[in-house]
Unconditional design. Structure first.
Length: 456
């Protein structure tokens, strides 16, 4: 065990709930249970047995609440330390009182993510799995959740472990020759070093290739709906949401502010921004809205350029096309329930396009497919086998490892000095270890666990 003190926190959300859980971890857990949980029978708490009793104030001996409590003796617990959980009634004040009683017995308040950090430091899970736990909690779509669960279960860690195994094997062979400099590297060893490092390289490449998809599933994508006034942008948002969220009127310039909502497209979370219609305007408020729209376009992962198919294209439409030049975009020709006023797209429109009617819902499934296909390329994201990188931190570390292995392979084929070869492999292993936590610096660990909630 690395950690000596006993930590405590309320692990359920702040507010009113059916029950509230106060979690305690560390060597004093058992003593705290005996001091503040009063049962009808005497004696020590048996591990993993659920007891009914009351929580008492350690100073006054007065009852705070009735409760259920369980002690989980190390190492059979979430943190691998002794853990005590007290379940009381789920009120804001009553959970706070139980926590205070625990703190008065000598525990200290846990920092955000500290229980999970201990599970990591005590070797129950690696850093990838610890980070996945927060993703499980934050997931808003089925696909994001199953990706996070796969990582929490250790599937990504398993892939990374295989890479580490190959690199360590290659390094051991290289080092064996450093110890006996008079020996020539024999053919079989050379082939083994070569194939192990190539295997690691290929496995890293494969993980890196899946990063973009993993990232969009985890973080979602930002989608800006843009177009001149009155083309039906707000109507499109409402149709995608199946809810009357934004004001829709026949008056051009209805939307002034940016409206943001999350839409789930086959598990891909879209953060959709409805914006003010872009045109030259004398109105000060409208001009500010237009400025905000133009500011958001460059930050979007995707722009839906909405046109009104029932009216001829004009200079305001062209302004939008100029604003989205070079951005990933889909042209959405709206109002397909009305007669079409233009039949051919100008050359600026030679990109993904779909005809819809926000009013009737026609074309909306096709639009959703097109958006999905823009980011997800035929991988079975809902299958049990799906494993992907989803965090930039992991991507950066693996990209660094790939560089070192590439340098190693180049030096190996050039017959470079073995000590230099060993350095490249060690650097590669160090970079991979930053993903799993073996070589991650403490300040990075601090940043990672700060993102957790208190009590996790
Ligand atoms: N009440 C409660 N519910 C919870 C949690 C918890 O800590 N408390 N969890 C988290 O917040 C999650 C469950 N995660 C857990 C993970 C491992 C162990 C555990 O005791 N592992 C030991 C022993 C396993 C065994 O007995 O076979 C181990 O892996 O060594 C417990 C909970 C979700 N539900
Ligand atoms: N017939 C028809 N009318 C539509 C359709 N979509 C929107 N409209 C109408 O077009 C008008 C403008 O719709 P909005 O959704 O407010 O347009 P907008 O692009 O958000 O407009 P601004 O916020 O002013 O930029 C309203 O009268 C809608 O009812 C459609 O698919 N078919
Ligand atoms: Mg609008």
């Amino acid at each position: 065990m690395y950690v000596e003190d006993t930590i405590a926190a309320i692990s359920t959300p702040v507010g009113e709930g059916g029950v509230g859980i106060i979690r305690v971890s560390g060597p004093d857990s058992s003593a705290i249970a005996r001091r503040i949980v009063r049962r009808s029978t005497d004696g020590d708490f048996e591990s993993h047995r659920f007891y009914y009793g009351s929580v008492v104030d350690p100073a006054t001996g007065l009852d705070i609440d009735e409760a259920m409590a369980v002690l989980m003796k190390a190492p059979r617990s979430y943190t691998r330390e002794d853990v005590l959980e007290i379940q009381c009634h789920g009120g804001y004040l009553v959970t706070r009182r139980v926590l205070d009683a625990v703190l008065r017995c000598g525990a200290r308040l846990a920092e955000p993510g500290e229980f999970t950090r201990r599970a990591f430091l005590n070797g129950r899970i690696d850093l990838v799995q610890a980070e996945a736990i927060i993703d499980v909690i934050r997931s808003k779509t089925d696909a994001a959740l199953s990706l996070a669960q796969h990582q929490r279960e250790g599937r990504l860690s398993g892939r990374i472990g295989a890479i580490q195994g190959d690199l360590r094997h290659a390094l051991a062979l290289v080092e064996a020759y450093i110890d006996f400099p008079e020996d020539e590297v024999d053919r079989a060893s050379f082939a083994e070093i070569d194939s192990r490092s190539r295997g690691a390289f290929a496995a890293i490449e494969e993980l890196l290739a899946g990063f973009d998809e993993g990232r969009v599933l985890r973080e979602g994508v930002s989608v800006v709906i843009a177009g001149k006034p009155n083309v039906g942008k707000s109507s499109l948002l409402n149709t995608l949401l199946q809810e009357k969220r934004a004001i829709v009127t026949s008056v051009p310039g209805t939307t002034r502010d940016i409206i943001e909502e999350v839409v789930n497209v086959r598990g891909l979370p879209l953060r959709i921004l409805d914006t003010a219609g872009v045109r030259d305007s004398e109105d000060l408020v409208e001009r500010e809205g237009v400025r905000l729209t133009l500011e958001r376009i460059p930050q979007a992962d995707l722009v839906l350029v909405v046109l009104d198919g029932s009216r001829p294209l004009d200079a305001d439409d062209r302004t939008i096309f100029e604003a989205v030049a070079g951005r990933r975009s889909i042209v959405v020709v709206n109002k397909s329930d009305l007669p079409r006023a233009f039949d051919r797209f100008p050359q600026a429109l030679e990109r993904a396009a779909v005809e819809i009617s926000a009013a009737t819902g026609a074309g909306i499934p096709e639009l959703r497919e097109l958006i999905f296909d823009t980011f997800i390329h035929g991988r079975a994201i809902d299958s049990r086998e799906y494993v992907a990188l989803s965090q930039a931190r992991h991507r950066d570390a693996l990209a660094a490892a790939r560089e070192r292995i590439a340098a190693f392979l180049a030096n190996l084929s050039r017959g470079e000095n073995l000590e230099i070869l060993a350095v490249d492999l060690k650097d590669a292993l160090h970079a991979v270890g930053e993903v799993t936590g073996e070589t991650t610096p403490d300040d990075i660990l601090d940043l990672i666990f700060q993102r957790f909630c208190v009590g996790k």
